[in-house]
Design a protein around this ligand. Structure first.
Ligand SMILES: NC(=O)C1=CN([C@@H]2O[C@H](COP(=O)(O)OP(=O)(O)OC[C@H]3O[C@@H](n4cnc5c(N)ncnc54)[C@H](O)[C@@H]3O)[C@@H](O)[C@H]2O)C=CC1
Ligand SMILES: O=C(O)C(=O)[C@H](O)COP(=O)(O)O
Length: 386
């Protein structure tokens, strides 16, 4: 078979190292990708910023489309099916990255982590890859969980939306859909937002449109809470500066942006491509070195110990400060460019899961919940060498 012509978003991590074995790669800016880029393409690889529909791909000879994302609302899957184009996604690749973002965000917000560990409930909307991973991790930390996902049967801790909105911390992980009978678009509208207690913490790392951003801003401007952490915004990359000013942490849609997650997404697409074209599978480990060891000293309480572990690996205040910096005093166009630039140039953030952690004082259930590997303590190492 002759080499495949692969058109890909240039912001896909590991693109060259993982895909060059399969053909010629033409990398392009995802937001600017147009039909003229696809004239000779067999394969198209995108991220969430490229709408893949009839307008983009009609008349092309594409045989495979892959998106390195979990959210799929930018893909017209019916059209791809009609055209006989194989479609692949990367659902699950970034679930743990989002889980760690959410837990760290909670840990960085006043005493919410302490409240959860002392019996307050975590409400989760959406029980897909991210929502279920968050629920499992929270339960393993001893946190009470309530879950709302009306599309699914047999969800552990299934609750009504009202019960979830009554929780101390609420985290949104629904896909963005307008499908009846349970659309998630503007699921949190003015009325639903008003049901949330003023002292609750609301986190959105799903899609901006799951919350009516205008209604949220009006409520926050009235000083009626809740405390908010937004990773996703209506109208990205042009975000509402007034809303950013009202939230406690705001980030540039990077919850799923750990290096581990990005490489895993690229590998998942390569595996699907190899299967579709009957080519050799990609190397499963291609991509990253092991993360640096995380040193986590003993702390006064379990909550403090957990906070220090979570923030030691990922501190949301850094991403929040960068978003405020690139948008401060910027005209809307420059602010939108700044938002995209933060995403494009995102640092190599590593996950706690699978990384070596020197935290001999942390309770064992932290390790089981978060999936890190306990590094041998200095004591063990010196003992071994005797
Ligand atoms: N901020 C970020 O960096 C990231 C954002 N995402 C977003 O988070 C979403 C969830 O990710 P995954 O769990 O991997 O997707 P998924 O497709 O596995 O799960 C989505 C879940 O949402 C549920 N859902 C749909 N409508 C709902 C409604 N009205 N109320 C409650 N639940 C509803 C579905 O039944 C499904 O279980 C993605 O669709 C994507 O938009 C995902 C990864 C990273
Ligand atoms: O997987 C998703 O869905 C996401 O939102 C990811 O963070 C992907 O973001 P993009 O880099 O594709 O915009």
């Amino acid at each position: 078979m002759s080499a495949l012509q692969i058109v890909a978003d240039r912001n896909m991590r590991g693109l060259e190292s993982i895909f060059s074995a399969y053909g010629h790669i033409h990398s392009v800016e995802g937001r600017q990708l147009s039909a003229s880029d696809l004239q000779d393409a067999d394969v198209l690889l995108v991220r969430s910023v490229t709408e893949v529909n009839e307008q983009l791909i009609a008349g092309s000879k594409l045989r495979f489309v892959g998106t390195a994302t979990s959210g799929l609302e930018h893909i017209d899957q019916n059209y791809l099916k009609q055209q006989g184009i194989v479609f692949a996604h990367a659902q699950g690749s970034n679930a743990n990255s989002v889980v760690e973002y959410v837990l760290s965000a909670i840990a960085a917000s006043g005493d919410y982590l302490d409240c959860l560990l002392q019996g307050a409930s975590l409400g989760i909307v959406g029980h897909g890859h991210v929502g279920s991973a968050l629920a499992n991790c929270a339960r393993a930390l001893g946190i009470k969980v309530r879950v709302f996902d009306p599309w699914l049967d047999d969800v552990e801790d299934a609750s009504s939306l009202e019960q979830v909105l009554d929780c101390k911390v609420i985290s949104l992980h629904a896909e963005l859909t307008r499908r009846s009978p349970w659309p998630s678009f503007h699921l949190l509208d003015q009325d639903r937002l008003a049901q949330i207690a003023p002292d609750a913490l609301l986190i959105n790392a799903s899609r901006g449109g799951v919350i009516d951003n205008h209604a949220l801003l009006q409520q926050l401007l009235k000083g009626q809470g809740p405390q908010c952490i937004l990773d996703v915004w209506e109208g990205e990359p042009a975000i509402n500066a007034d809303l950013l000013a009202e939230v406690s942490f705001g980030t540039a849609h990077i919850a799923g942006y750990s290096l581990d997650a990005k490489l895993s997404a690229t590998r998942m697409l390569a595996q699907a491509l190899a299967q579709a074209f009957e080519l050799p599978a990609p190397a499963l480990t291609a991509g990253a070195d092991a993360a640096d060891i995380l040193h986590c000293p003993a702390a006064a309480s379990e909550a403090e110990q957990l906070r220090s572990l979570l923030l030691g690996r990922y501190d949301i205040s850094q991403d929040d400060a960068q978003l405020r910096r690139v948008t401060a005093n910027a005209d809307p166009q420059a602010a939108a460019q700044g938002f995209d630039q933060l995403r494009r140039d995102y640092r190599e953030r590593r996950e706690l899961r699978h990384s070596l952690v020197a935290a001999e004082h942390a309770p064992e259930y932290f390790q089981r919940a978060l999936g890190y590997v306990l590094a041998p303590s200095d004591k063990d190492v010196s003992g071994d060498s005797l």
